[in-house]
Design a protein around this ligand. Structure first.
Ligand code: GAL
Length: 458
């Protein structure tokens, strides 16, 4: 069985906008992604999530595939504007029914649902009303929406994730402007992050105080790549540490310690909002587990002059606030996203988290890779993806043997899907989706994962 143990959580992950389609069906309101996709030039090939994998109509068959695969868990997200078309107020009963059916179907198949409340598809109405995550009103609207979800689904859903990757919402959506709502700023990311963190903390507090009888767990999922110091110089070692604190510490320090990392306060000054004492209390300890999405590694070096345009990999946040320059080693293999395949980076990151946050329960809520998959004689031989999973899982196993409290792993992704501004041009699934016919075909990686999972339980 190896190091993972019999209670290990094994799953695949998806998100609503990326797979559902049915974008205006049965009373759903528009989200910022529905709207962003209509702007010419924003999404590769002008793709949209209007149909996506059509999971909205095919979820029963999709759950059959999950059952066959042998996972014990599945991570999905709820579309806020399917539940509340205006983002607040009236509840769309058809939307509630849709998620009830999915949840019931999963449970019927012995698959535990892990539900993310927010995976980036903000109701458009809230974006227009008060600039979405930039306005403070969003905090209470999020709690109101979460309350509906706890109330309607919490009798069966026992694993909640408030937010998926708030870093992306801050940096890619309000800094670089490449994700919806497409804002470009060097200040807004910090304000948005602040509101996201407060919305998370207030929601957790609400869940713990009103729904304790449901006896569930609730946490947040953050993303982080590993940052390896480019040289052994003290300056580069400090730069790598600083880069990690600006990436993950930005969101995890408030959740574990009640405040932002000191290095951020020092370097950013007034651009970084402050928490009140009451807010610090609310934030501290506001996650029952450490949700982590991890994909890749970059080298980090100290610099005093960052040229934002040089940051071609785009994973640096606002580099000049950090004084860090990022690069990739020439001999590292790259995936279709240009992300380097560095399994030991995964292990180092897990250990960094264990050290910094007092060995919390960690769940890898996403890990995976995009490759150009082709169907040859009805088969997809994605051997590079198999190798990616095999080596990253081996790194996870090593981390566990060195004391890291890793409790679960979700492969990204179950199906090829709408990869945000890359549209359908990047395939992350272990099941291939033919976007003309919507047929699903298991790739070699799905077959490998199935065998791997069977070995875990034997
Ligand atoms: C994550 C995100 C997913 C998926 C994945 C691959 O950042 O949560 O929705 O797109 O990256 O890029």
């Amino acid at each position: 069985m190896g190091k993972f143990g019999k209670d290990f959580v094994w799953g695949t992950a998806t998100s609503a906008y990326q797979i559902e389609g049915g974008y205006l069906e049965n009373g759903k309101g528009p989200s910022i992604w529905d709207s962003f996709c209509t702007i010419p030039g924003k999404i590769k090939n002008g793709d949209t999530g209007n149909v996506a994998c059509d999971h909205f109509h095919r979820f029963k068959d999709d759950i059959k595939l999950l059952k066959e695969l042998g996972v014990n868990s599945y991570r999905l997200s709820i579309s806020w504007s399917r539940i509340m078309p205006e983002g607040k107020g009236a509840v769309n009963e058809e939307g509630v029914r849709f998620y009830n059916e999915i949840i019931d179907e999963l449970i019927k198949n012995d698959i535990t649902p892990w539900v993310t409340l927010y995976h980036w598809d903000l109701p458009l109405a809230l974006q227009l009303e008060d600039d979405g995550w930039l306005g403070e009103s969003i905090i209470d609207y999020f709690v109101e929406y979460a309350d509906v979800c706890f109330n309607r689904f919490g009798d069966r859903v026992k694993h909640w994730i408030t937010l998926n990757e708030p870093w992306v919402v801050a940096i890619l959506s309000h800094g670089h402007g490449v994700f919806a709502p497409g804002r470009v700023s060097e200040v807004e990311p910090y304000q948005v992050a602040h509101n996201l963190l407060l919305a998370h903390a207030k929601t957790v507090n609400h869940y713990k105080s009103r729904y304790s009888s449901q006896d569930g767990k609730i946490g947040i999922t953050n993303n982080c790549d590993w940052r390896e110091s480019l040289t052994n110089s003290q300056a580069d070692i400090e730069a790598a540490q600083r880069a990690l604190e600006f990436f993950l510490g930005w969101f995890a320090d408030p959740v574990y310690f009640g405040d932002y990392p000191e290095v951020m306060k020092e370097r950013i000054g007034d651009k970084l909002p402050r928490f009140s004492e009451k807010e610090k209390e609310l934030l501290k300890g506001s996650s029952d587990f450490f949700g982590l999405n991890h994909y890749t590694t970059m080298n980090a070096a100290h610099t005093d002059s960052v040229d934002e345009n040089e940051d071609v990999h785009g994973n640096g946040g606002i580099s000049k606030d950090q004084g860090v320059s990022l690069s990739v080693k020439k001999d590292w293999k790259l995936t279709k996203m240009n992300w380097a395949v560095v399994p030991w980076g995964c292990k180092k990151l897990l250990k960094w988290i264990a050290d910094r946050y007092d060995n919390p329960e960690i769940y890898i809520t996403e890990n995976g890779c995009a490759y150009d998959d082709e169907v040859v004689d009805g088969q997809i031989n994605d051997s590079e993806r198999v190798e990616y999973f095999r080596t990253y899982l081996a790194a996870c196993e090593e981390a566990i043997s060195e004391g890291v409290n890793l409790k679960g792993y979700f492969a990204w992704s179950f199906l090829d899907n709408f990869e945000w501004n890359s549209g359908y041009s990047k395939r992350f699934g272990i099941y291939y989706v033919d976007f003309e016919t919507l047929e699903r075909i298991p790739k070699a990686s799905a077959k490998w994962f199935k065998k791997f999972l069977a070995e875990q339980s034997s």
